[in-house]
Design a protein around this ligand. Structure first.
Ligand code: HEM
Length: 511
């Protein structure tokens, strides 16, 4: 009798503790699903929509009738914001400018110390971001700069030559089929955007013949982006899973990518450190090395390892994300040929065919600009933004957010919110134009590059390149379907750290 009583008592206490664990949340924390031991609410999210976690969390937000939901991913307490005001409030709240130490961020660094820009916070992040942005600007990053525009023009000329004449070097076979006019996306644009960016950082362009390493870098960069998710997959929750399931956990591919990317930039950095001569400033790297030689406080982070990871972070989006967004623009131009025709009309009027489009033309081409903006809204490259973290106890949308909570701004939810866009499901560049057909920036309340102090550091560079490459392509070519091809299906675009279309080949025709 006593035994039965004791077993019942222990069971009741156990069930009570389990129940408390599942539903307990800090006072004033946003509503959300219960949590399971070890996994938190992550398994529920996988069950709701394992392909698109940002959609799964949006479903939870609807389920709980709250634009902000609170949940657990493993041991991480998370709050996700789903409406325009909330997203702005979060991104402009400096108490939310931290970054969580997800396993994904640690594993990029062979020293297992979180360095770089993306996953840094505090003084080191501030100093590094400020320094890099300040001095990359001297070489044309984030502003109008004739020399850089000439380099981009040369890159685009090479790109068009590659389309017309087909691959000249082995590594170009990954980009274009022999005979030309058939390109592989989303790979194709990335080596050219990467090289434009490298010319800012190194003050030199890598010649086409020597681009094999860059093409490999792009491949592995895409592999990294595709094998993660908004929360760093199960690896963030149970990092030891990598020893048991190195393939299915994504670890093997992520690790292969990280190692190649790190070595690529480490080689550059080391070569520059070895040949550094303080009497001759060759490029941005020399400015950074000069800073390393000053005896600055350690917290500022001017050392070799931070240098490498800072470069990785400032370059990764240029050799992955940019080309992916361009590929998604191509998808829409193929699905909506009338939009492509209208852009071509604008190009013919403003640029003609005797020269490539320049940034000078951009203001005069509102429909083109509106199309790019509409694509950035509908195919939000970073749907859950890069995760932020509360650096101290704070508030969001009237809820209490304790220190160390991971806070996510669902740019996807904001960009597909009927309350903001009325018909978010329709691709309609006109929504950003006024009655006279002029671009009306007030109507573009989308935030594809985030906002606040953590705003994308490459926004201007990215917008410039999206314009220059999209228009150069449409000036010269039509996107068509070869026999056996079908129109892109954007519902098959895959979710990783960024959204990206599966590899596909596109047929071009001379205009
Ligand atoms: C279409 C292209 C791009 C899109 C849509 C995009 C979007 C974003 C977003 C949403 C963030 C996170 C902002 C936040 O944490 O709240 C971000 C961060 C960042 N982006 Fe971009 N990006 C693009 C291209 C680029 C390029 C080309 C570069 C550099 C060459 C770049 C450099 C960065 C850096 C360094 C950060 C981290 C900022 C920080 O943590 O302080 N991005 N980007």
């Amino acid at each position: 009798m006593l035994t039965i009583f004791l077993i019942s008592l222990v069971s009741i206490i156990f069930i009570h503790q389990l129940y408390k664990y599942a539903v307990d949340r800090p006072e004033g924390f946003p509503p959300g699903p219960p949590r399971l031991p070890l996994f938190g609410s992550y398994l529920f999210m996988l069950l709701i929509n394992h392909n698109y976690l940002h959609k799964a969390v949006l479903s939870l937000s609807k389920w709980y009738k709250s634009d902000i939901v609170g949940l657990y991913v493993g041991k991480f307490r998370v709050a996700v914001v789903h409406n325009g005001e909330g997203v702005r409030e979060l991104l402009n709240n400096q108490a939310c400018d931290g970054r969580p130490a997800l396993y994904l961020s640690r594993m990029r660094d062979p020293g297992d110390g979180v360095r770089g820009i993306f996953f840094q916070e505090g003084l080191l992040w501030k100093e590094q971001r400020r320094f890099i942005l300040r001095f990359l600007r001297d070489y044309g990053f984030g502003r109008r700069f004739d020399q850089l525009e000439m380099v981009i023009n040369e890159e685009i000329t090479d790109m068009i030559d590659l389309i017309r004449n087909g691959p000249r070097y082995e590594h170009e076979h990954l980009l274009v089929k022999p005979g030309g006019y058939r390109i592989q996306l989303p790979m194709f644009f990335n080596p050219f955007s990467a090289n434009s960016h490298f010319s800012i950082v190194y003050n030199e362009r890598i010649p086409r013949a020597e681009m094999a390493n860059v093409v490999k870098l792009v491949q592995l960069g895409l592999q990294f982006q595709r094998n993660a998710d908004d929360y760093g997959r199960l690896l963030s929750i149970i990092p030891w899973i990598r020893h048991i399931f190195p393939e299915t956990s994504g670890y093997k591919k992520l690790n292969e990518s990280n190692q190649y990317i790190y070595k690529f930039f480490a080689d550059f950095v080391d070569r520059h450190i070895e040949t550094y001569d303080e009497s001759c400033e060759r490029n941005f790297l020399d400015l950074y090395i000069a800073e390393m030689k000053k005896e600055l406080p350690e917290e500022y982070g001017f050392n070799r390892e931070q240098f490498i990871m800072g470069l990785v972070d400032f370059s990764l989006p240029a050799f992955t994300g940019l080309g992916v967004q361009l590929a998604m623009i191509v998808q829409y131009l193929m699905i909506y040929p009338e939009v492509a025709k209208r852009i071509q009309h604008e190009i013919d009027e403003v640029v003609g065919s005797g020269r490539l489009p320049t940034l000078e033309d951009r203001d005069k081409m509102p429909y083109t600009e509106a199309t790019i903006r509409e694509n950035l809204r509908m195919e939000t490259l970073v749907p859950s933004d890069v995760p932020h973290k509360a650096l101290e106890d704070t508030e969001l949308m009237g809820y209490r957010i304790p220190k160390d909570t991971v806070v996510l701004a669902s740019l996807y939810a904001m960009h597909s919110d009927k309350r903001i866009w009325k018909d978010p499901e329709n691709f309609r560049p006109e929504r950003f134009l006024d009655d006279d057909g002029k671009l009306c920036l007030k109507k573009d309340v989308s935030l594809p590059f985030g906002a606040g102090k953590r705003l994308c550091a490459g926004e201007t560079f990215a917008r410039n390149l999206l314009f220059l490459m999209t228009t150069a392509m449409l000036q010269n070519f039509d996107y068509t379907l070869a026999p056996g091809d079908s129109l892109p299906d954007v519902s098959k675009n895959e979710s990783g750290l960024i959204i990206s279309p599966p590899d596909f080949w596109v047929q071009l025709k001379e205009r």
